[in-house]
Design a protein around this ligand. Structure first.
Ligand SMILES: O=C(O)CCC(=O)C(=O)O
Length: 269
């Protein structure tokens, strides 16, 4: 797909799939780094290091099952925040040339980094993530950021790949109530939503899903023997402002006259 078609697809559907964004070597390096981060998390939890605060344990662990692919004294993690501060590999991944080229095509040449996260759905344990819109949690206005979800191993319906409702980025910001994490509950308790268009988005390792921060998405629990590991980054252009209070400094990914970071002052809502 050429750049114009990519932009058209993103704007009309709310998402865009880019296959083979990462090479085999890059995928391997991310997978190795994920093991290293589990090992580091174990150390941070044991020593009370403040970096432990970046790691979230899986809340719905199935105590009867063991993931053979992980040393069993490692913590079973659901999420790592601020990955660019914890890991050079994930700092660099946020700046991957193919990824940045696609983001620039979709939102323009000046790009700031809003979020750098790893989401895990460990084999047998990974909890669900009920339907939601990312912008509901982000104090940014207008609510038009872009999230990139990069599959670091194959994401399938069985291991809880993302599910999206195409075109839902045009619905405006809505209240999603309680976001379920449980495997035995539906992905939303909203009875008024037409879920007939909801689709799974399976991705091969190294492929990526770019989506609008208003697009409705979620994922089921992983009760399969295959983990699903994802790197998530969110980016925004200078037309998006902070509407909470105070100031926050954001890393520059592209443009801004070559500055490395930009500090934004919130405009009251
Ligand atoms: O990757 C997933 O399963 C869900 C992640 C997600 O929706 C989020 O972090 O907003």
């Amino acid at each position: 797909m050429n750049e114009n078609d990519q932009k058209y697809c993103f704007e009309s559907e709310g998402y865009l799939i880019v296959e083979q964004l990462l090479s085999e070597d890059e995928i391997r390096s991310c997978q190795n780094e994920i093991r290293t981060l589990h090992q580091k998390a174990k150390g941070y939890f044991e020593t009370g290091d403040q970096r432990a605060g970046c790691f979230q344990l899986e809340p719905y662990m199935n105590s009867e099952k063991t993931d053979e692919s992980q040393p069993n004294d490692y913590p079973v993690l659901r999420k790592v925040e601020r990955t660019g501060h914890l890991s050079t590999v994930f700092f660099n991944l946020a700046r991957h040339p193919k990824l940045v080229q696609t983001v620039r095509n979709l939102i323009g040449r000046d790009v700031l980094l809003f979020r750098s996260t790893l989401m895990f759905k460990p084999a047998f344990h990974g909890s669900a993530h009920g339907l939601h819109q990312d912008s509901a949690y982000w104090p940014m206005n207008p609510p038009s950021l872009i999230t990139v979800s990069i599959a670091l191993n194959d994401a399938t319906p069985e291991n809880g790949c993302l599910q999206v409702i195409p075109k839902s980025h045009r619905w405006g910001l809505q209240d999603w109530g309680r976001i379920s994490r449980r495997h035995d509950e539906p992905l939303t308790d909203r009875a008024d939503i037409d879920l007939s268009n909801q689709i799974h988005v399976p991705l091969k390792a190294g492929s990526a899903l770019f989506f609008h921060s208003l697009m409705v998405h979620g994922s089921s629990a992983n009760q399969s023997p295959n983990s699903r590991n994802t790197a998530l980054y969110a980016y925004f252009p200078p037309s998006v402002r902070m509407n909470s209070s105070g100031q926050r400094t954001f890393e520059v990914i592209s443009g801004f006259g070559g500055k490395s970071e930009v500090t934004l002052t919130a405009t009251a809502e």
